[in-house]
Design a protein around this ligand. Structure first.
Ligand SMILES: Nc1ncnc2c1ncn2[C@@H]1O[C@H](COP(=O)(O)OP(=O)(O)O)[C@@H](O)[C@H]1O
Ligand SMILES: [Mg+2]
Length: 267
């Protein structure tokens, strides 16, 4: 089902930025605390280049614990509680952006998205594109969604970001996380990951409910093979999000080797 916004000639270059739940909250301790200074810094940097931006954030300590209680199946209360908890974080993110003068709106995936066996099978791009065209920044997040096979499933912010990147096509895709980029075994930032240099043992891994860093890189390599390159950088470091939004991303670039104007080469 295609529709007017989506089929129109409106083809700007979008920026899709996913901010890790661990950047915004105290995810490790699972305390429901927001890193307010970090959130304000991020909102300020976004306010300086908000054009054609779609934002996604993870759940961090807001929702991962609640979802884990229903790992073997969500009932009505599990769905309500998990969604409610992550919505509280979403509201804070939107408020921080609004305080910096950004016209942002929270878009809960539960209300615009359907999954099939834990993968997004439908997401209403009309809403996302229509808002962006108006100059509004949609702010999506990891969420519980209805699943035609499983009843209910948890959809990560990472999955939403890659789904949107495929739908939009011509995008600059970035992931703000806690580390400076993807770290190798000596904890140095790997500048470029391609299908050629990728090795399962190239970095060490800390698992979490949404797959952690290795899962993210594997998914992004698949995206790169379709021509969409992405960057992983620190969301804690000042000016990183500003640099990303200005087309000069820091950190690790994941690419299929296709030339891209945002990859600096020797020539
Ligand atoms: N090899 C690695 N390189 C970089 N970060 C890693 C690595 N292994 C584990 N991590 C951790 O994984 C985090 C990213 O995991 P992820 O679940 O995607 O977090 P979030 O979604 O909150 O950004 C990084 O912030 C870092 O703490
Ligand atoms: Mg994650």
């Amino acid at each position: 089902m295609k529709d007017s916004f989506y089929e129109s000639d409106f083809k700007p270059e979008f920026k899709i930025l996913k901010i890790g739940g661990s950047v915004l909250t105290e995810k490790k301790s699972m305390r429901k605390r927001i890193r307010r200074k970090v959130l304000k810094m991020i909102a300020t940097e976004i306010s300086q280049s908000p054009e054609n931006l779609i934002l996604i954030h993870g759940a961090g300590s807001f929702g991962h614990y609640e979802a884990s209680l229903y790992r073997n199946g969500f009932n009505a209360e599990g769905l309500s509680l998990t969604h409610h908890t992550v919505s509280l974080l979403n509201r804070e993110v939107v408020s921080a952006l609004r305080n910096e003068g950004v016209s942002a709106v929270g878009i809960p995936p539960l209300s615009c998205c359907i999954a099939t066996s834990e993968r997004i099978s439908r997401l209403d791009m009309n809403i996302i594109m229509g808002l962006t065209e108006m100059g509004v920044i949609p702010v999506l997040h990891g969420d519980v969604v209805l699943d035609v096979e499983k009843g209910v499933s948890v959809i990560s912010g990472d999955q939403i970001a890659t789904y949107l990147a495929r739908e939009v096509g011509n995008v600059l895709l970035g992931f703000a996380t806690l580390s400076h980029g993807v770290l190798d075994r000596d904890k140095n930032t790997i500048p470029l990951i391609t299908p050629e240099n990728f090795d399962e043992n190239m970095f060490h891994e800390i698992e979490d409910m949404t797959g952690g860093m290795k899962g993210k890189v594997i998914e992004l390599l698949s995206l790169a093979s379709e021509g969409i390159n992405s960057w992983i950088f620190s969301g804690l470091e000042r000016n990183n999000i500003r640099a990303f939004l200005n087309g000069e991303p820091q950190g690790t670039c994941i690419t299929g080797g296709i030339r891209h104007k945002y990859i600096k080469t020797e020539d």
